[in-house]
Design a protein around this ligand. Structure first.
Ligand code: ATP
Length: 240
C-alpha cells in the first residue's frame, strides 16, 4: 500500500469574516507529485500556509498529519529537521547572502560535509546560471534565477516532502519551461511534492494526481492525466 506522507482532513481557514478554505481533504503519498490548482483567490496559498504554519492570525480548524504526526504548532526549524521543505510564493531567498551561501543554508540541518559539497555541485550542474553567479548576492538575481535558487536551496535538505507555491509566477515562458523540467526531474528522483499552481496545464502535465479548488472548496480530484482530458477542466482552467 502507498505510504501517506501528508494528510489534510477537514481544513477550514477564516480571515475574520472571509472563509478562505471551507473543509478541505487532501493526501499526498510517498513518491507522488500532487498538484493543487485553481483560479486567483481560490484558497491554494492559504492551504499551503496552513500546512507550514505560516498563516497570519486567523481561525483554523481541521487536522494536518505529516508522516502520521500532527503538524499544527510545529516550528519552522523543526519542519526542516523533519525534512519538510517549502518554496514560498515570491521565492524567499536570502537576498543579502551569496548564491553559494544560500545553498549552504539549505543544508544547515546536515553535517555530512562531503555530501553537502556533492549536492552543491549537483545543483550547479542542473542550474549552470547559479554556478556562474555563485559569489553574487541573491538579491541581484532575476526572478527566474531566484526561483531556481529557492528550489535548489530547499532540495539541499533532502526533503521527504517539498511544497512549491506557484513556482511559475512572474517568469518568462522559457524560465517556466525550465522550472517545470526541473520539477519533473526531481519527481523522477522520487521526491514527494505538493505543487500549487495557477498554470493548470503544465501542473497537470507534470503531476500524478490533481485537486481543483474553487472559492475555498475542492470541486474535483483525480489522476492528472484524466483531468487534462476532462471537458470541465479544459473549459475552466486550460483555456480550451
Ligand atoms: P492566488 O493564486 O491569487 O495566490 P490563492 O488560491 O492562493 O490565490 P489565497 O491567497 O489562499 O488564494 O486566498 C484565498 C482567499 O483568502 C482570498 O479571498 C483572499 O482575498 C483571502 N485572503 C488571503 N490572505 C488573506 C489575509 N491575510 N487576510 C484576509 N484575507 C486573506
Amino acid at each position: 500500500m502507498s505510504e501517506n506522507i501528508l494528510k489534510v482532513s477537514g481544513l477550514q481557514v477564516a480571515y475574520g469574516g472571509i472563509k478562505a478554505v471551507k473543509g478541505l481533504d487532501l493526501e499526498v503519498n510517498r513518491g507522488e507529485l500532487v498538484t493543487l490548482i485553481g483560479a486567483n483567490g481560490a484558497g491554494k496559498t492559504t492551504t499551503l500556509k496552513a500546512i507550514t504554519g505560516t498563516l497570519p492570525p486567523c481561525r483554523i480548524e481541521g487536522e494536518i498529519l505529516y508522516l502520521g504526526q500532527p503538524l499544527r504548532g510545529t516550528q519552522s526549524f523543526r519542519m526542516v529537521q523533519q525534512k519538510l521543505a517549502m518554496v514560498p510564493e515570491g521565492r524567499g531567498v536570502f537576498t543579502r547572502m551569496t548564491i553559494h551561501e544560500n545553498l549552504l543554508m539549505g543544508a544547515y540541518t546536515r553535517n555530512d560535509k562531503a555530501g553537502i559539497a556533492a549536492d552543491v555541485d549537483k545543483w550547479y550542474a542542473v542550474f549552470p546560471r547559479l554556478k556562474e553567479r555563485s559569489a553574487q548576492l541573491a538579491g541581484t538575481l532575476s526572478g527566474g534565477e531566484q526561483q531556481m535558487l529557492a528550489m535548489a536551496r530547499a532540495l539541499m535538505c533532502h526533503p521527504t516532502l517539498l511544497l512549491l507555491d506557484e513556482p511559475s509566477m512572474g517568469l518568462s515562458p522559457i524560465m517556466v519551461e525550465k522550472i517545470f523540467e526541473v520539477i519533473r526531474d526531481v519527481s523522477r528522483q522520487g521526491i514527494t511534492m505538493l505543487l500549487v499552481e495557477q498554470n493548470a496545464k503544465l501542473a497537470l502535465q507534470a503531476a500524478d494526481r490533481g485537486y481543483v479548488m474553487e472559492s475555498g472548496s475542492l470541486i474535483m480530484t483525480g489522476e492528472a492525466a484524466r483531468m487534462l482530458d476532462d471537458p470541465r477542466v479544459q473549459a475552466a482552467y486550460l483555456g480550451e
